[in-house]
Design a binder for this molecule. Structure first.
Ligand SMILES: Nc1ncnc2c1ncn2[C@@H]1O[C@H](COP(=O)(O)OP(=O)(O)OP(=O)(O)O)[C@@H](O)[C@H]1O
Ligand SMILES: [Mg+2]
Length: 336
């Protein structure tokens, strides 16, 4: 189940993206709330990092912050650093030109809902050429068409020369997602962020898309961040994993370590809720009691404290700092 061979491959690689103490806030009717509150993790060059957690834990907001695409003016980075190839991008976020160069060209993102990201009234080929025009302005339009066709073929589209003349609604959900991936890859990025790339698709297509991302990653030498609420996706596709809860990182480790020795009570709860992982076929799946509180009602101290079976007095008042109970295995919990 766990992809150990890939994990070994990346053991000596460098860090391409280093997010540290990231705090992102939004202005809401209830005042300014922190959607991400001190998150940090590292992405290794050529590796796949999975970010997992329940709905609302800050996965997409973290990705948007990395892309410099937080909705303005309500969203902003309060503090923290996002180092891409050792350069902090946060100070560049205000300078449109600089961020623009990094965003599309070196870090690409596939969004949660492909239909909203594609323009419904423009043919696929025209939309793909726009990406080339943006990043490679000297490219001839004939070469753009050929590049689009070749990219569509690489993402497994059978008749790419026909597809470039079609509109998004003429394609299936899986094909649209493949087009989105082709567009994201056409700038030859160093990092691909895939935000729940498969949630809208059926199970077989989901597996095909994830396999394809893995293949392309090996071929193009990219680093990948896969955002998901599904630990199975992490187990099968990622080298390293970050478990988020309430806008913070609860635990992060190499995937084999996280699955064989989860230490945060939240991670343990998530793992127990996977069918077949810690249950016999007939037992009912345990779920984590309670619900994620809304951002304006987050407990002070540990944000998981109101749902945790191991809660202690200190958890209700002090934010747990990250410790490293085993090499490369980090946890933010007062138990450690
Ligand atoms: N534009 C916004 N204005 C105010 N709050 C926001 C905004 N965007 C996101 N949030 C809040 O930030 C928190 C994190 O949202 P985010 O979209 O990152 O969650 P997620 O982990 O991606 O969830 P899902 O699995 O449902 O996609 C949520 O509480 C959400 O309501
Ligand atoms: Mg999301």
């Amino acid at each position: 189940m766990i992809n150990e061979s890939k994990a070994k491959l990346t053991a000596t690689s460098d860090i391409i993206l280093n997010v540290s103490n990231l705090v992102v806030s939004f202005e809401t009717e209830k005042g300014r709330v922190k959607a991400v509150d001190g998150a940090g993790f590292k992405l290794k060059k050529g590796a796949t990092l999975g970010i997992v957690g329940e709905s609302g834990c800050g996965k997409s907001v973290t990705a948007l912050a990395i892309m410099g695409l937080l909705p303005k003016p309500s969203g902003r980075i309060e503090s923290g650093t996002i180092e891409f190839k050792s350069e902090d991008m946060v100070p560049l976020m205000g300078k449109q030109g600089e961020m623009h160069k990094i965003r599309g060209r070196q870090i690409s993102m596939i969004f949660q809902e492909p239909m909203t990201a594609l323009n419904p009234v423009q043919k696929i080929g025209v939309q793909m050429n726009e990406v080339y025009q943006l990043h490679f302005p000297l490219m001839k339009s004939h070469d753009m068409d050929n590049a689009s066709i070749s990219m569509l073929a690489q993402v497994g589209i059978a008749s790419p020369d026909k597809v470039i003349r079609q509109y998004p609604h003429e394609l299936s959900g899986g094909m649209r997602q493949r087009v989105m991936i082709a567009m994201a890859l056409s700038s030859k990025p160093d990092i691909l962020i895939a935000d729940e790339p498969t949630t809208a698709l059926d199970v077989t297509v989901q597996a095909q898309i994830l396999d394809m991302i893995n293949d392309l990653q090996a071929k193009l030498g990219m680093s990948v961040i896969i955002i998901t609420h599904d630990l199975g996706v992490i187990a099968e596709n990622c080298d390293d994993a970050v478990v988020m809860y309430g806008g913070r990182v609860a635990e992060r480790a190499a995937v084999p370590d996280l699955f064989s020795n989860p230490v945060h009570p939240y991670t343990q709860g998530l793992l127990k809720s996977i069918p077949g992982f810690a249950t016999t076929p007939k037992s009912t799946l345990p779920t984590i009691k309670g619900q994620v509180p809304s951002l304006d009602k987050m407990p002070s101290g540990c944000r998981f404290s109101n749902r945790c079976d191991h809660v202690m007095e200190i958890c209700r008042s002090a934010v747990p700092l990250e410790t490293e109970p085993a090499k490369g295995h980090f946890v933010a919990c007062h138990k450690y």
